[in-house]
Design a protein around this ligand. Structure first.
Ligand SMILES: NC(=O)C1=CN([C@@H]2O[C@H](COP(=O)(O)OP(=O)(O)OC[C@H]3O[C@@H](n4cnc5c(N)ncnc54)[C@H](O)[C@@H]3O)[C@@H](O)[C@H]2O)C=CC1
Ligand SMILES: O=C1[C@@H](O)[C@H](O)[C@@H](O)[C@H](O)[C@H]1O
Length: 342
């Protein structure tokens, strides 16, 4: 008996900025079973520069034109969050498999519209770029919690520090762009839904007029009774650190403490701290994209889906409201339709 190998994917990459360029490099050089067939960016020069040198890859300023370009059979969306919904709906309309960077959409209403469009199509087409689910350390922690090795989880302490964030970042960006990862990771690690969010600002933090209140402590509750706290620090200045410690009934488990090489020399010990997500999560992005390509070629969709994108958008909305009011804000979610339970 002979088997036919599934066709190579021709990926249209929408958004040729930092993440789009990183994914193009990855698909072009590392990923098996896929090639970059088109690149789109509203900045045409940027799209052209990225497409240049990739055989058979066309450059566009319009995402729709890229999706319709010769050889395109899948879409990777890496434009800013506010542009995702339009591209997602367009790709679903064409029944194309999609890997969409986080946030799936910046608002819960937009996420529900995407959920409805996928349900109307009748099969899963969207994977959301919550790459921590593909990180080796996160995977080990997930296994340990799922196997109840240390009993039931009770608390989850998280730290999320960036060397710096872009100057346009507001308090809301800290929730939507950064803590959104902890919202997803907590839901996934615990298998529980987020029910309420509080945000505390450090009174001693420096907040120039209209500027970022940095750092902040985001505390949220889950429907399984677990309390999660996240230190979010946008401009810590010294390194990119993503850490988590689960406190369980019979012990604790920590990840993200020391990543990489430790040295002992001249009476001192030490190592280095990653300076950004592109290096810290490089392996996770590789695994994420390869998993998406492999599943798509098998005719499946795996990994975090539209409902995960929606749940995180709903938690983010509660987080931003909690930041604004200083109150505990309940997370409002629509009922999960049977289609999105699969
Ligand atoms: N998973 C992760 O760890 C990370 C995910 N991201 C996400 O990736 C996405 C892109 O972020 P970055 O690359 O950092 O931003 P970026 O600002 O570097 O790049 C965005 C690009 O999209 C283009 N663009 C804007 N509107 C567009 C539209 N309507 N259609 C096509 N292109 C458009 C811009 O001209 C720009 O070249 C965002 O959703 C962001 O949240 C960003 C950083 C890390
Ligand atoms: O998604 C990301 C960025 O957009 C965000 O700004 C960072 O805080 C996150 O760590 C990174 O993973």
């Amino acid at each position: 008996m002979t088997t036919t190998a599934a066709a190579e994917l021709g990926v249209a990459v929408i958004g040729a900025g930092s993440m789009g360029a990183d994914h193009v490099r990855r698909i072009d050089g590392l990923i098996s079973g896929a090639r970059v067939a088109a690149v789109a960016d509203v900045d045409g020069d940027r799209a052209a520069a990225l497409a240049e040198g990739i055989e058979g890859c066309s450059a566009h300023t319009d995402p729709g034109a890229a999706m319709a370009a010769p050889g395109v059979s899948a879409v990777l969306i890496a434009s800013p969050g506010a542009a995702h919904e339009e591209s997602l709906l367009m790709a679903l309309e064409r029944d194309l498999p999609i890997l969409c960077e986080k946030p799936m959409t910046p608002d819960a209403a937009g996420a529900l519209r995407v959920a409805e469009a996928e349900e109307k199509l009748g099969h899963r087409r969207v994977q959301v770029g919550f790459m921590r689910r593909y990180d080796a350390e996160y995977l080990r922690l997930a296994r340990l919690l799922a196997d109840r090795e240390l009993g039931r989880p009770l608390l989850l302490h998280c730290r999320h520090r960036n060397v710096s964030v872009p100057p346009y970042f507001t308090d809301a960006h800290l929730i939507n762009d950064s803590v959104s990862h902890e919202f997803d990771a907590a839901r996934w690690l615990l298998g529980q839904e987020i029910t309420a969010v509080r945000v505390h600002r450090a009174a001693a933090g420096s907040a120039p007029e209209g500027g970022l209140n940095d750092p902040q402590l985001v505390v949220f509750e889950t429907d399984g009774g677990v309390l999660v706290d996240v230190e979010i620090f946008g401009n810590c200045g010294f390194g990119y650190q993503v850490q988590a410690e689960a406190v369980c009934e019979r012990g604790t488990a920590r990840i993200g403490e020391a990543h990489g090489l430790m040295t002992n020399a001249a009476g001192r010990w030490g190592g280095s701290i990653d300076q950004g997500y592109l290096s810290r999560f490089a392996d996770a992005y590789d695994r994420e994209v390869q998993a998406w390509v492999d599943a798509t070629r098998r005719g499946e969709a795996t990994g975090p889906g539209v409902w995960d994108g929606y749940a995180v958008a709903a938690a983010c909305e509660a987080g931003v409201e909690a930041q604004r009011t200083g109150r505990r804000v309940a997370v409002e979610m629509a009922e999960r339709p049977p289609f999105h339970r699969r």
